[in-house]
Design a protein around this ligand. Structure first.
Ligand SMILES: [Zn+2]
Ligand SMILES: [Zn+2]
Length: 358
């Protein structure tokens, strides 16, 4: 089988000549969307705090705030890639504002996401967002206990945990990376981490616990779920390949057009890995060129199918291109390596695998 992998730069160099010049310029107009979300959030919080609304009305407002939080996070992601404004100070300030509801600071985010995830995507050691391999799991007896649970129970908890995974992972990333910043920058990283936590938890003393649950806690869990629905499907059905090849190691999901508008085209993740410094406004254009040039290599599926496939497959990598359920000793393919999301069929781990792995 021909497995000629290419880096994201290689693909980008093939697509760039076909794109208009404006595609490489920042798009400050994205901030209008951000402003709308900010106003909706503030208005919603006022409504909860000032009026004695019925329970269901508060829930409805919390859902609106939560979806706004998620969209602000998508915009913050764009801003911190430098695709909205060019001035570094303004970029970091706006990034901080739009990541504030997700309790993440701009310096940490750029290190974790721009400088590490994008550069080392799906590298089992270096990508902080990559899932465990069988070898790594074997060294973590505490984690192995989770894999003793029946598959469906584990899948249920995995999906349930999406409602707080982003925040949990962000805290983990802070403690993993804070030491790597230069001593003179460390204070800023600490402040950017603590400020949103202090502000959002401090809010409870001003508005009371019930209002706080509607103003922050429920929206925060909803925002986590929305951003994780994308993040968990971006790479986790793909193999870990020896070259950071976005066509092999990334999946673009598809969602209805109006959701793409609300979420700043965050579904175009393969396109994003080819051109992280390009405004997502132009990703539909990039998608057309990718599908034209490499139709057999590009992975794309509706978000709902990707989530179902995620539910049905285990999250431990096995020899890079497969996923393994260590308890049931069942091996599943990954995208491009035998995984058919419509008909997921595991094979049992045979003797040969045992030998390969020993
Ligand atoms: Zn990614
Ligand atoms: Zn990115």
């Amino acid at each position: 089988m021909d497995k000629g992998f290419h880096s994201f730069g290689w693909y980008a160099s093939k697509v760039s000549p076909h794109l208009p010049k404006k595609a490489f310029k920042p798009v400050p107009g994205r901030l209008l969307g951000g402003l709308a979300y900010l106003m909706i959030t503030i208005a919603g919080m006022f409504a909860i705090g000032v009026y004695d609304l019925p329970f269901l009305a508060n829930i409805a407002i919390a859902v609106v705030i939560g979806t706004s939080f998620a969209s602000m996070g998508f915009l913050g992601h764009e801003i911190l890639h430098g695709t909205v404004v060019k001035k570094v100070g303004l970029r970091n300030f706006l990034g901080a504002v739009f990541f504030f509801p997700l309790l993440t600071g701009p310096r940490l985010w750029r290190k974790w996401h721009n400088m590490t995830h994008h550069v080392h995507t799906q590298d089992e050691e270096k990508d902080p967002d990559a899932w465990l391999t069988k070898e790594q799991l074997d060294k973590k007896p505490a984690l192995k206990i989770i894999y003793r649970l029946p598959f469906s129970v584990r899948a249920f908890f995995e999906f349930f945990s999406l409602s707080f995974t982003f925040t949990l992972h962000s805290v983990r990333m802070f403690f993993a990376y804070v030491k790597e910043f230069k001593p003179e920058n460390r204070l800023a990283v600490w402040i950017q981490f603590l400020l949103p936590w202090v502000a959002w938890t401090g809010l409870v003393f001003f508005v009371g616990i019930t209002n706080w649950v509607f103003m922050f806690l429920i929206p925060h869990l909803i925002a986590n779920t929305i951003v994780m629905a994308y993040i968990s499907t971006n790479h986790r059905l793909n193999p870990q390949v020896p070259v950071n090849d976005p066509l092999a190691n990334t999946l673009s999901v598809t969602v209805p057009k109006w959701i793409d508008v609300l979420h700043f085209n965050f579904s175009y993740h393969t396109e994003h890995h080819l051109f992280p410094s390009m405004s997502s406004k132009y990703y539909p254009l990039v998608k057309g060129h990718i599908k034209d040039k490499w139709p057999g290599l590009y992975h794309e599926m509706p978000m709902s199918n990707a989530l179902v496939a995620l539910w049905k497959t285990p999250r431990v990598y096995y020899n890079g291109t497969e996923l393994i359920d260590p308890r049931a000793e069942l091996v599943y393919g990954s995208l491009g390596n035998g995984l058919d999301p419509q008909a997921i069929e595991p094979r049992s781990m045979d003797r040969e695998d045992g030998i390969k792995q020993a």
